[in-house]
Design a protein around this ligand. Structure first.
Ligand code: URA
Length: 450
């Protein structure tokens, strides 16, 4: 007689006891969560068991698949070409998506991008785009597909229909201390990205003070797991490990970050923002079949900047999404708080460090970010980080500028921004922006992966 299928309690107990991985059990568990058969406290118990016991790659693939199938999977089959997206694990001043998607689209690779909102010290692309007058980030699936087909890229916010199981599970992880678990993070990220109907994905896994992963070893393990599981799910996946110790670029805030991304499309912008855009964009063009190597891809991206083709795609995308396209050429149309508080260097020396976490938290305190998912953000406020690690400074020279609405209320925050700068006598050791590259050939198999 065949064995009776395991009950939900037996599935939880098997994970608790470290029994061999069972992908079918995971599908059953997620389906039971969504149907109401499995209570939240039972899922929370299973999540804690996973935190200690881990998941094999086969189980992580099954979890990813079950989570993505808990909602709508966008159908982009009408869009010709290899559709490629980029996902960043989040940082401070990371506005790269806003210049990257139009540039890659201008080079012929369709980019369907579902973006996040800021939470905690990290900013979110949707908040930055919504700083554009009229811009609509909540579109339905058919409008999204139509804009990707017509313009080449479309950038929208997460919808309730995309991977609802992730929303339920993330809320439980958040309150049960089970967020920091690599297989759960991998399934959470990939379920949302694969629901977009993409063929390939480039991941920007950030490392350092301003990143979700502060430690290079943990970030590498996450990047490798994302590449392995994404590849097993049938997608082409590459991950870059990039530095997020200091804020990226100059601008930290919503409208000012959007303006800085448009500076890149106009041929300017801070060197690190340009380099991150080119490094990620080159991987996207190669995965999308529009370049045979990253050197050729970089040349194509630079040509799309020089010709203005990337900027034109950005204008068309913004217009298609209800926004004012004139902001791409005329950044002064974006909101900017009128008052500025200048933070100055207390002594002569060299900037050794700018603590991205401290700057990100200061921006949240100013109203540029949110500490609860339902809070609004102020598009006009932010911080201009004018000195970077390695820059020489004289006492009294500006380090940063806070753009604020109310000077006196922001003075304590200015003090926190000043404390984010470490000034030393000797210059710091240079840190490369791209720390590593991981693809399906360089990713090492997980211990015990099935
Ligand atoms: N980002 C996600 O989308 N999910 C996680 O679990 C962690 C970071």
């Amino acid at each position: 007689m065949p064995a009776a299928p395991a009950t939900l309690v037996e599935i939880i107990a098997a994970k608790r006891d470290g029994a061999p991985g069972d992908p079918a059990a995971i599908e059953r568990l997620v389906a039971a969560l969504m149907s109401g058969e499995l209570a939240d406290y039972q899922m929370a118990a299973w999540l804690m068991a996973v935190f200690f016991r881990g998941l094999s790659d086969a189980e992580t693939v099954a979890l990813t698949d079950a989570m993505l199938r808990s909602g709508q999977v966008l159908d982009l089959s009408r869009v010709p070409g290899i559709k490629v997206d980029k996902h960043s694990t989040g940082g401070v001043g990371d506005k790269v998506s806003i210049c990257l998607a139009p540039l890659v689209a201008a080079c012929g690779v369709p980019v369907p991008m579902v973006c996040g909102r800021g939470l905690g010290h990290t900013g979110g692309t949707v908040d930055k785009l919504e700083a554009i007058e009229g811009f609509r980030a909540q579109l339905d699936a058919s409008d999204f597909a139509a804009i990707v087909e017509r313009v080449g890229c479309c950038m929208i916010g997460q919808t309730a229909e995309i991977a609802p199981a992730d929303k339920r599970m993330y809320a439980l992880r958040d309150v049960t201390a089970t967020v920091e678990c690599i297989p759960l993070i991998v399934a959470s990220i990939l379920s949302k990205k694969l629901a977009e109907g993409i063929d390939a994905l480039v991941l920007d896994v950030k490392v350092g003070r301003g990143a979700f992963m502060k430690d290079a070893g943990a970030a590498r393990a996450l990047a490798e797991a994302l590449v392995r599981v994404g590849t097993r799910a049938g997608k082409k996946v590459v991950a870059l490990l990039t530095d997020m110790d200091a804020p990226m670029g100059v601008a930290v805030g919503n409208a000012i970050e959007t303006a800085e991304a448009f500076d890149v499309l106009a041929g300017g912008g801070p060197a690190d923002v340009v380099e991150c855009t080119l490094a990620l964009g080159a991987e996207m063009l190669v995965l999308g079949g529009k370049a045979t190597d990253t050197a050729g891809a970089r040349a194509a991206l630079r040509a799309a900047i020089a010709s203005g083709a990337g900027a034109r795609v950005a204008e068309r995308m913004i217009e298609a999404q209800g926004g004012d396209p004139r902001v791409v050429a005329d950044r002064a149309r974006l909101a900017r708080a009128a008052e500025a508080i200048v933070v100055v260097a207390p002594r002569d020396g060299t900037v050794a460090r700018v603590d991205a976490l401290a700057v990100g938290l200061a921006a949240v305190a100013m109203g540029a970010g949110r500490s609860r998912a339902d809070q609004p953000v102020d598009p006009a406020v932010g911080i201009l980080v004018e000195k970077r690690p390695g820059d020489g400074v004289r006492a009294g020279e500006p380090l940063a500028r806070l753009l604020v609405r109310d000077r006196s209320a922001a003075l304590p925050i200015a003090e926190r921004v000043r404390a984010a700068f470490t000034i030393d006598d000797a210059p710091p050791a240079p840190r490369p922006l791209v720390l590593d590259r991981i693809d399906d050939r360089s990713s090492t198999p997980a211990a015990g992966s099935g």
